[in-house]
Design a protein around this ligand. Sequence first.
Ligand code: BGC
Ligand code: CA
Length: 406
Amino acid sequence: MKKKTLSVLGFAAAASMVFTMTAMADGNADKPLVWWNRQPSNSSTGELDMDALTWNDQTYYVGFDANQGAELQGQMIADYIEANLDTIDRNGDGIIGYVLAIGDIGHNDSIARTRGARKALGTGVEVDGEIDPSPAETNVDGSASVVQDGEIGGLTVRELASHEMKNASGATWDAATAGNTIGTWTASFGDQIDVIVSNNDGMGMAMFNAWSQAEGVPTFGYDANSDAVAAIADGYAGTISQHADVQAYLTLRVLRNALDGVDPDTGIGTADEAGNVLSEEDYYYDEDTRSYYALNLAVTADNYEDFLDSTVVYAPVANQLSEDSSPVKNVWLDIYNASDNFLSSTYQPLLENYDDLLNLNVEYIGGDGQTESNITNRLGNPDQYDAYAINMVKTDNAASYTALLQ
Ligand code: BGC
Ligand code: CA
């Protein structure tokens, strides 16, 4: 493209033109970029999209360790069942029946959680060495092929039903769909449901409010949103904190460091001037995939009081940066679905707390959760920003964003 320009213009004009074009065009492609919450990857195979993850040398992903969290969730459910063996089987049919709300069959976080629950409960069926995460739909008679009956403490464990909670317009992790689905399930086999498992709290709370709280049926979610943690006092059985306070910090911190041209570990593994630093218990970094992963914690009746407000900044990284070394910069950041419970009630409030501490002027764009263009249309003027933070609708769609920065 630059060569073409040269050939049609006189030398002096061409030289200055090339200079401006380079400054503009190369500019956006070279700016810091962080993918967050939805890791660029193939939504059918889970394979990471390395082109997106290495888009430029200031590109990162920030998420959490999906497998470690999924194992924790599975373990929490199995532990609960073991501790309550004499009361768990409500109808006394010798089967511990559970239902599972699946968030998004093309999202690696959701896939990991489905696998984690099935693994801990012994209901998973392996395909090519990995547990099949497909929805079983209705399996009251135990005949589905994607799951099998497990056993805990001499009782059979059966996944009575599981379903991807996607609404008619395509929004996934949809709480309202979960609330309706539990109504359908309980109308036909409610007395057989002994446990409810959900890939997240948004869906878990919808089922808790619609049915399981009144019935006293243990319900497990994921995310440790404030409303779910508060509900533990009212019988919600447990959730997992994906350490959103660490993730939100990292999401903005990696941009801050790139903008300041400092060591990428500043304020992360190495204390910055203000004293911000994380520890190995909070996160790890994988250099090959340029990914930061926060570590998860189980939240149950034993410790929920420490997690009641999911929007407070994490104390070890709550110190204000000085504007001398970290002057105000502009960041474009989108949230793929403005009505996602976790992202809107936990993650965004955290980002808004950290943006002040990190001197970042962040423009928050909320998507509709269904179409990438609803968001990309609002990145009309990328030149206005110093850095970008992207949360995709579909994990396959990284190129629809990077194309705008070219
Ligand atoms: C959260 C879900 C949320 C999803 C959005 C997951 O990590 O657990 O609650 O809906 O991210 O991408
Ligand atoms: Ca039963």
